[in-house]
Design a protein around this ligand. Sequence first.
Ligand SMILES: Cc1cc2nc3c(=O)[nH]c(=O)nc-3n(C[C@H](O)[C@H](O)[C@H](O)COP(=O)(O)OP(=O)(O)OC[C@H]3O[C@@H](n4cnc5c(N)ncnc54)[C@H](O)[C@@H]3O)c2cc1C
Length: 454
Amino acid sequence: MSEQYKDFIQSKTEQIPVVSKTDVVVVGAGPAGLSAAVSAARNGCSVTLIERYHHLGGMASGGMVLVLDDMVNQGNEIVTTGLVTEFVDRMEHQDGAVYPPAEDCLKNWEMWQKWSRWGCINFHEPGMPQSILHAVAFDPDAWKRVSLDLVREAGVNLRLHSWFSEAVVEGGKVTGVICQTKLGRQAIMADMVIDATGDLDLAASAGADFIQGEYIVTTVFRLCDVDTDKAEAFEYANPEEYKKLDRMARRVIGGAWGMWWLKTPLPGIVWCNCPHMTGYDGLSPEGMVAAEYEGRERMMNLLAFARENIPGFENAKMLGAAEQLGIRQTRLLRGEYVVTKDDVTSRRHFADSVCRGRDYYTPYRALLPKGLDNLIVAGRHYSVDSDAQKSSREIPPCMVQGEAAGVAVSLALNSNSALRDVDATLIQKQMRAQGADPGDIPSSNALIEKALAS
Ligand SMILES: Cc1cc2nc3c(=O)[nH]c(=O)nc-3n(C[C@H](O)[C@H](O)[C@H](O)COP(=O)(O)OP(=O)(O)OC[C@H]3O[C@@H](n4cnc5c(N)ncnc54)[C@H](O)[C@@H]3O)c2cc1C
């Protein structure tokens, strides 16, 4: 952020080549952006998808966030469907996804021992053992491969190695985006734009209102040559001793959820969703470099401890840290509706719900900025309070948001209208036709407030 710098220079004015003209441009190819691009293309739009890195997937692949959760409601029904289901099926077909069959989704110690180290447990449930639920452990490279397949099959014009830097705004509309590439700056012009950067880069540049959020950051990593059978056998045979060692391990890494290691579809390779670190700004290069140094130091300390002390980890080695620093929250849109913590925890249902995860619903209005007619957002930067975002930003619901945004832009283009004038019931109808659950039908435990319905 510029406030921390005191010297400035004036940049040169330049002519920027227009490299693509398209119905829709999607910036950011993480879970939300990928889904938005595929959904819009399948609905007949020409789509350009822009991504700064060399791979697709955002936090799901580059960030090595390797469990899909928030997929079921309290009644154990799968609520994140559509592209999410298609994605999981394709990864499973490539041996890149593991999840419990429906008959294993029970609350007992036998299933706990079978599935907890895959991360397929209800983390929100107090007491032990927690219920086993439908969550999916996956391989990051399978995610990248499936993403590329989906994008190519849908006919999306993919532009990797293109770092979005500036929105072109004319009369309340974003008419294009400018990206930095090795060849210099390039412009992509479009009728509709979708911000799926996770950090609201595009909408912020276009002048949308936002707040600056912050949450823990994590340098996720994987270890290889772990004898997971031995580690689990030790844990279940010696629960008290294991608990003690585990507490020490978590002290060494300095910030981790209850289960600091989880199994992955690749034998002997475990995923470590830690260390969690506070006080780093996920937008600032200085902050992210500092987090990289600190995270890598902490993970090597944990590896040394685990090798020395935890049965099954004697021969463990560092397979590597994620390519991307794990950023959970930065800018959050202040859009037509701001989802609150109370909305999430009370399971408030909205008449214009276009997406759901677990038991929370996202209204269409929470994807729309104020004052810009043709911009919609999808992903972890949607219009939500900081606290509410912490429990409503998992990968599957972000994908459903993206799928809904793709439908919304196609409807707006077809009716030549502003995005805020698109009838949310038409989005819901098309989502259903695509096999996705837009949350239009509330679960029996939802809080229904007619006053909020648009
Ligand atoms: C450490 C960690 C652990 C998590 N654990 C879980 C979990 O267990 N299960 C779960 O379901 N979710 C988990 N989450 C949450 C989840 O990973 C994210 O909320 C989700 O990936 C958000 O998806 P997104 O598409 O909105 O954003 P991202 O995944 O952040 O994707 C944004 C994409 O936009 C691209 N981009 C950004 N800026 C630009 C730019 N200027 N130009 C071009 N491209 C750009 C990025 O490179 C990236 O590809 C976790 C997150 C973190 C960080």
